[in-house]
Design a protein around this ligand. Sequence first.
Ligand code: AMP
Ligand code: ZN
Length: 474
Amino acid sequence: MTIRLYNTLTRKLEEFKPLEPGKVGFYSCGPTVYHYTHLGNLRTFLHNDFLKRMFLANGYDVRHIMNITDVGHLTNDEDDSGEDKMEKGAARENKSVWDIAKFYKGEFLRDFNDLNMLPPTVMPHATDYIAEQIELVQKLQDLGYTYEIPGDGIYYDTSKFAAYGALTGGSLSGNRAGARVGFNDAKRNPTDFALWKFSPTETKRQMEWDSPWGIGFPGWHAECSAMSMKLLGNHFDIHTGGEDLSRVHHANEIAQSEPITGAPWVNTWLHYSFLLDKSGEKMAKSKGEFLGMDALRKRGYDPMVYRYVVAMGHYQSQLAFSWETMDAAANGYMNLVRRVADLLKSDVGTHDESAYNTWHDKMLAAMSDNLKTSSVLVFVQDIVKSGELNPATKIALFEFVDRLLGLQFIDRAKKLVALESETAPAEIVALAESRVAAKANKDWATADALRTQIDTAGWTILDGKDGYKLVKKS
Ligand code: AMP
Ligand code: ZN
């Protein structure tokens, strides 16, 4: 099937052509593990997951690399100043940097797993690829792209790379990101960036390594160039990240890599739009206040509800997070789960291959057309409502939707069926019966109080035309 993706580099929706037929290699900038991963980061990772599932559904052999940043990402990464985010996290919690990395990576993996994301083929840590990063800087030095700022580090001279900033249509003079006051005034061009930072002389860093330029640590951008080339080769198909990365981080990655590999280093660049917080701004770890999976767990949401929220949007549009959106999505998702549960309980009939193929192809075409996840969800509603499709075919289609969107409809529906088959204990039934009596007496306050009591005891009471039903809560 034809695959089309929006390539930031060409600013066009393009037909995807793999470097090797039937195979796709892609690299995604992963989390900096100095704090909990927030819902914005997770939105970006969910889009990677949709991308990967789309390729798998098209029969591709997928090689996906996503790094773990555990060194070198400075609080002010646009001009290579400020503190190392990892060292800052360690100071905040009075732990070693290594412990911070281990703890937050573990938390990240838990979220990743709860959201049913497929594990990357390799998840390299920046600190395991220091030799490769030093080698990268050495090559750039040999090619004449670097200079030293004494007492600071080895810098990349962006004026030596004619195509600098081409990814976002920027130019050397137009990008004033680095034109701030501070010792980076020593940079030759505002866009120049650190390849290797020297350790401070007055304090000892927890993470530092020896190098041809002295003791220090790699600049943040170096890791992604070094690790992607090592694990995917000198040319690969796709590089992804949140929209904040295109102008500086990815521009710098290209500048570091193309002198070594030759252009084009990466064929397609995919950037995902932000998740916004309640004030309409980018959700950001550095702001200190952000929502992570824990906030959702505490409020009792199934992680699939957040996945559903993300799937209802499109990666090229920003998404405003709100609890109202979560509640609406929870209803929408649960309604679908209930419909699937009904299908599982029904007399399923025989699978209709031709009808299956028609809907399968429609959904795959939507997904392959620039990852239109929300269009897949519209088809899902059509499938549920269809009077022509029998339950067996509908169930098979939901199995496909689960592979494509990872929403675990079948799994949740099976759990619901199991819960529904549990009979409520006598004391819960007694409460339900009292509620029936209260309703008959139009004593709504008592009826509501009894519903709350039943709910708190772990049961949901569902009213229908033939009376109530008690369902155990998951
Ligand atoms: P970080 O852990 O900050 O290095 O970011 C990990 C990934 O999340 C990167 O691809 C970022 O571009 C992305 N990201 C950061 N903030 C947001 C946000 N508010 N919405 C979507 N993606 C984000
Ligand atoms: Zn990166």
